[in-house]
Ligand binder design. Structure first.
Ligand code: MOS
Length: 715
């Protein structure tokens, strides 16, 4: 690394795109000023299972401004899903309006295009569908358990012998933990503007992975990928809901092709419940076996969830149980019920957020049985080896996170016995939970364009990376500034265009590590080439400006690629953390508040403490939401969601998270990748739910095994 300047990696600089955002000048998908654009409104089914037997468009068609009404009768034939319940992926095809079959309540059954948004909405309400309803729709999770199936061969896992492990145990905890359907609900609605032109299409869309979005569109329409351009300059949050391409985009592309005009489609907040993914309900049964001294002898984790009637999605809730603690005997199972609900998909820290709730609750229950401090119990079973992959962790500071957090939080003031720490009417409880999240990194390309004007070098970085509110623009600019040794003000970052070099996009906590290594590679490639061209020794320190001058050029372009090395495969790479919560519960009403939280994270090099803090706080808030509010209710007779807006789907507010400390442990993990970056995107959420419910137990003596925890449950 070169000499430091104010903008180098690690500095808490303000977001480089911050001004654009607060001035409303950052352009989100539906805000692009595309001439002649018209508006599409999708129509949702009103049965959970059955067939459309007739469609009456006569009244809708007559309405002012209506240009086209698309249903299965006149929709273009698309590529359809093959095989029984194929797995949903980030680049899955998204066929829509391909038959008269209805598989869930809210599925798209039509699309109305009109001159204005209001005209499209109005006319969409006037299209009349008649259905033949199939009364055997599977909408009741409880009643359908006998139909559970094994999603695939990898769904089950065992090492050692769980039976033996449980026999060796002095104490056994066996409990079931339930988490409900939850929705992502990013602030920016899913939206798109699609312009079909001469066999190709330009799509502005709110997507986390533009390359996969382009693949999905090209595969669904069976056109070459090079004919599809996807632009996602700014994304107002995704949380997993924008990892894959949803069907409103396909509808807009289809409509644009049919009518020869650009078509905008914005998903409504209510449609965000039914058409853009969700986290499914999970029932997780844990068995924990331990010796009197706290040594774990067995960990068992069995997850029952649901998928849709058309595709498979299995949240890997058992993953944490396979790797977090030092247990020789470990068994993890996953089962699914195919239901007449939309296909679930990844929601923030899929697997860990829910799996850690079950595991870290059961660990707390075991510590209580053993009369051991829950922190000491975890530390006793800490390991530097990933027993799942049979290899060491590149670095693992879980014990440090627990110890430093305990100190900062004042854990020593915790009363062991519930209901003994009181303040007036309040019962006070302390809770702890461990956090872990895979920190992957994937092949990433980036381009750097250098421009010399007088004494100043300006650099433009281009890559198809996205900024989903995470701060990608900023950390990419900081990385380029560092490797080119120029001020960050002279770095211009252009993202979210599928014409730019390919990246893995923003998801799975791999964005920062992937993007910044790609940028590093591009900058290094530029400098290396400029030196080679003039036979300059690679070790010689020459400024980029001088390199351009010595090459007698004023502009230069280079591309770089970074990917994990072979060394990378020899280690398991995770971020770790610990969360500490103090809750106050009103004795008489069960009303409770999160009084304060301390969260410790070890996530490799922190590129920008300000944006990383935002990431962790966001995760903590969503984790708190799991406990205090979030739940999507299925109507038991019809299969529609009763929760249809923010009036009834509640999320935490600032006051819920008012006193939250976030500590990053200094950590240089050179194995994880050359820049030492691990992910922070999803780490935050993984520990929160159990930390809060463990605190609620410490306050009240009541175990909360079903989320969310409404006050009545504490009475
Ligand atoms: Mo994340 S659930 O991979 O956006």
């Amino acid at each position: 690394m070169k000499k430091s300047n104010k903008s180098e990696v690690g500095e808490a600089i303000d977001r480089v795109e911050g001004h654009l955002k607060v001035m409303g000048k950052a352009t989100y998908a539906s805000e692009f000023n595309v001439p002649n654009k018209v508006y599409g409104q999708a129509i949702n089914s009103t049965i959970a299972k059955g067939e459309i037997i007739s469609i009456d468009v006569s009244e809708a068609e007559k309405q002012k401004g209506v240009l086209k009404i698309i249903t299965y009768k006149n929709a273009e034939k698309l590529k359809t899903l093959e095989g029984k319940l194929p797995e949903i992926t980030t680049d899955s095809i998204a066929p829509v309006l391909q038959s008269n079959k209805v598989n869930y309540y809210g599925e798209y059954v039509g699309f109305v295009v009109a001159e204005t948004f209001e005209q499209a909405q109005h006319a969409a309400r006037l299209v009349k569908f008649k259905y033949k309803e199939d009364k055997n729709a599977i909408i009741n999770f409880e009643k359908s358990k006998s139909q559970a199936f094994l999603p695939n061969e990898d769904s089950d896992y065992e090492r050692g012998s769980i039976e033996k492990g449980l026999l060796q145990a002095d104490k056994i905890v066996e409990q079931t933990y339930v988490t409900p359907i939850e929705h992502h609900h990013p602030m920016e609605l899913h939206a798109t503007i699609a312009s079909w032109d001469n066999g190709g299409v330009l799509v502005y869309a709110s997507q986390q992975i533009v390359d996969d979005a382009a693949i999905s569109i090209s595969a669904t329409f069976q056109i070459p990928k090079k004919n599809v351009r996807v632009i996602s300059s700014f994304v107002g949050g995704g949380f997993g809901s924008k990892l894959n391409l949803e069907r409103h985009v396909i509808l807009a592309v289809m409509a644009s092709k049919m009518i020869g005009k650009p078509v905008q489609a914005t998903v409504t907040r209510t449609q965000m419940f039914t058409n853009t993914g969700m986290r499914q309900k999970n029932e997780q049964t844990m068995k924990v076996g331990a010796k009197k001294d706290g040594t774990l002898t067995a960990l068992y984790h069995d997850t029952l969830s649901h998928t849709s009637a058309t595709q498979t999605y299995q949240e890997q809730c058992g993953l944490v149980t396979k790797m977090l603690y030092n247990t020789p005997n470990n068994k993890v199972l996953h089962r699914l019920i195919s239901m007449n609900l939309q296909t679930p998909f990844s929601m923030r820290a899929p697997g860990e957020a829910t799996g850690s709730f079950a595991l870290e609750s059961a660990m707390d229950e075991m510590a209580w049985q053993l009369k051991m401090d829950p922190i000491e119990f975890r530390i006793k079973n800490d390991t530097q080896k990933d027993l799942l992959e049979d290899r060491p962790f590149s670095s693992r500071l879980l014990t440090e996170c627990l110890r430093i957090g305990a100190d900062k939080f004042g854990w020593k003031n915790r009363k062991e016995q519930p209901r003994t720490n009181q303040n007036g009417n309040w019962l006070i409880g302390y809770g702890v939970s461990a956090a872990s999240r895979n920190a992957p990194y994937q092949k990433t390309f980036a381009k750097v364009i250098l421009d010399l004007k007088e004494d100043t070098v300006k650099a433009t970085i281009q890559m198809d990376a996205t900024d989903i509110g995470t701060g990608s623009y900023t950390i990419i600019a900081q990385t380029a500034a560092q490797y080119l040794d120029i001020p960050v003000e002279y770095v211009f970052v252009e993202l979210g265009d599928s014409d730019f070099p390919v990246t893995p996009g923003s998801g799975g906590s791999w964005g920062a590590a992937s993007y910044c290594n790609g940028v590093r590679a591009a900058c290094e490639s530029a400098i290396t080439t400029l030196k080679n061209n003039r036979n300059i020794n690679q070790d010689e320190e020459v400024s980029v400006a001088d390199l351009l001058r010595r090459n007698q050029i004023t502009t230069f372009e280079a591309e770089g690629m970074a990917e994990p090395s072979a060394e990378f495969e020899k280690y398991s790479i995770y971020s770790f953390g610990a969360n500490f919560t103090e809750v106050w519960v009103d004795k008489d009403t069960g009303m409770y508040k999160i009084k304060r939280m301390v969260n410790v994270a070890s996530a490799g090099k922190i590129l920008n403490p300000k944006t990383a803090y935002g990431q962790i706080i966001g995760g903590l808030t969503m984790g708190a939401g799991m406990v205090i509010a979030e739940k999507t209710e299925v109507e038991p007779n019809f299969g529609n969601f009763i929760t249809r807006s923010f009036a009834d789907y509640h999320v935490p507010v600032n006051l819920d998270m008012a006193n939250t400390d976030v500590i990053f442990l200094p950590e240089e993990d050179e194995i994880a990748n050359k820049t030492g970056i691990k992910g922070v995107g999803e780490l935050g959420i993984t520990s929160v739910a159990a930390s809060i419910t463990n605190a609620l137990f410490n306050a009240t003596g009541k175990r909360m095994r079903e989320l969310p925890v409404t006050p009545d449950k504490l009475m």
